[in-house]
Design a protein around this ligand. Structure first.
Ligand code: HEM
Length: 495
């Protein structure tokens, strides 16, 4: 009996091994993707990509180097191809595209990772996604945001200025803007989502919600990168591992607040109150759980993104004293009270925001999509159904044929008619494009404008601290970017 069990095990292991060998032989010698340039190992394994993205935290730089070495189409794994081609980018990321988000997005879900139902960002089913998107989008138009939530942004920006000033006064003038901007962005998006401000600025980094975002970033980021390992680790009774995913229930629990405030159970309205009010006219509507889930997802998606781009904006401006003075002079001329609409007309400020989003948009990494059922012809190559194709804004934004001296932060490039050029419009994608374009882009733009204005009005003559260097601000990233040194310290002028 025992020997026949061993025989079955041996045969199964052997069959599995042979199947793997056959798969590798197929991938290397017969797959259509073998015709696409790439490193020698691409037909065998995608581990080097994982290593550079997760362990080295250089996903976008590594992918960019791949393009520089192998060209616009690069096979980086047996079934995965990086693409740097404007025509293909527009096709893959158009409205109603058949190229759907890959299943890997589901691992960024707070339900926990990889478990349905999925939030707006993580949903891969196009019908379910467009039903939710259509409803939630009503709360994110620029006009609606300005009318209903601009005051919240002004208020939280003002609170952040006060917090920085107080910290600087007790810390020899030094503040870390990379600590303050997430508190501000977290307060803003939480107020919109939940109808109540967590006052993270006033309460600092100990706030439970802020701690939950940070945990989610790391824990769900790991699950997104290594889903198979995650499925093993999540069962192990090790407290530090359990903690890695402990931010998810906090977000969902907090989301219950959004349900309460959206249904007129309190005076504190939130964006979902509008979504539901309008949904009464159509069907279907959002369930209570969908509201809670999406409130959590949007808070997560809307905190570190805006905060990190804002951090890089301040660093880029303070790295160039001429630009700093020009910007300080421009914003100083605004009459109080100023509106977002007024700020949007300032040429230097807006050029600085655009240039920041070009070089330091918070999510410049490859955006993976499946090739649809019928396969696809892109750039002269045939792609079988199910192949993962990914374009990244990091590379599109550093195309020397579109942006001269692409690695240089030069806001003046936006002062002429660059933005209206067709090739620029086609490659400009800090917020993604098409059906899955960032739903929070108008909010992010508004926060970037108003926070930049307040910062350079309030702290005229601010300088980089000695610890803030090109090396400390080197971009690390898996999905979102972050400064290599984990901080961006600034010396504020003393009165
Ligand atoms: C500078 C700030 C931001 C940047 C650079 C950014 C970037 C992006 C990008 C590139 C995508 C597309 C991802 C993909 O196609 O795979 C995206 C999607 C998304 N973003 Fe943002 N984002 C920012 C701010 C925000 C804010 C403030 C919110 C919250 C309101 C938000 C919520 C979302 C959501 C929910 C999606 C998924 C939309 C969908 O699939 O329908 N983002 N963002």
């Amino acid at each position: 009996m025992a020997s026949s069990v061993f025989l079955v095990i041996y045969l199964s292991v052997g069959a599995l091994f042979l199947q793997q060998i056959a798969q590798v032989i197929y991938n290397v010698f017969f797959s259509e993707l073998r015709k696409i340039p790439g490193p020698w190992y691409a037909g065998i394994t995608g581990i080097p990509k994982q290593y550079n993205a997760i362990i080295q935290r250089k996903q976008s730089r590594w992918s960019h180097e791949m393009h520089k070495t192998y060209g616009p189409y690069v096979r980086i794994a047996p079934d995965e191809v990086l693409i740097d081609d404007i025509v293909a980018f527009r096709e893959v990321h158009r409205m109603g595209t058949p190229y759907l988000k890959t299943k890997i997005y589901q691992y960024l879900n707070p339900t926990p990772p990889g478990t349905p139902p999925y939030g707006l960002f993580q949903e891969t089913d196009p019908i379910k996604h467009s039903n939710v998107r259509r409803m939630v989008a009503r709360g994110f138009s620029l006009g609606y945001l300005r009318e209903n939530w601009e005051a919240t942004v002004h208020d939280r920006v003002k609170a952040a200025m006060k917090g920085m000033k107080e910290e600087a006064a007790s810390n020899g003038g030094e503040v870390d803007v990379y600590k303050w901007w997430p508190l501000m962005a977290g307060d803003v998006i939480s107020t919109l989502m939940f109808g109540e401000c967590p006052y993270a600025i006033e309460r600092g980094l100990d706030d439970e919600l802020i701690a939950a975002y940070k945990l989610n970033d790391a824990g769900n980021g790991f699950a997104y990168s290594f889903p198979y390992i995650y499925h093993i680790l999540k069962w192990l009774p090790i407290p530090s591992l359990k903690r890695a995913w402990a931010g998810n229930p906090v977000l969902i629990r907090q989301g219950q607040q959004a349900v309460k405030n959206s249904k007129g159970m309190s005076q504190k309205a939130n964006i979902f109150a509008k979504v539901l009010a309008e949904a009464e006219k159509d069907d279907p509507t959002l369930s209570d759980f969908e509201i809670a889930l999406n409130a959590g997802v949007l808070v997560f998606a809307g905190t570190d993104t805006t905060a990190t781009s804002l951090t890089y904006l301040v660093w880029a401006v303070l790295s160039n004293s001429g630009l700093r003075r020009e910007l300080e002079d421009e914003v100083a001329q605004l009459q109080i009270p100023y509106t977002d609409e007024k700020v949007e007309s300032l040429p230097i400020l807006n050029a600085v925001v655009k240039e920041t989003l070009r070089l330091y948009g918070a999510a410049p990494a490859p955006l993976p999509r499946y090739v649809p059922r019928e396969g696809a012809l892109l750039g002269g190559y045939y792609f079988p159904a199910g192949t993962t194709v990914a374009t990244q804004a990091w590379t599109l934004h550093r195309n020397p044929a579109v942006f001269e001296n692409p690695d240089v932060f030069d806001h003046t490039r936006w002062l002429g008619d660059l933005a209206s050029r067709e090739d620029v419009k086609a490659s400009w994608a800090p917020y993604g494009a098409g059906s899955r374009i960032c739903i929070g882009m108008h909010l992010a733009d508004m926060e970037l404008r108003l926070a930049t204005t307040a910062f350079f009005r309030e702290f005229k003559g601010a300088e980089l601290a000695a610890s803030t260097t090109r090396e400390s601000m080197e971009v690390d990233n898996t999905f979102l970017i972050e400064p290599h040194g984990g901080a961006c310290k600034i010396i504020l002028p003393t009165e």
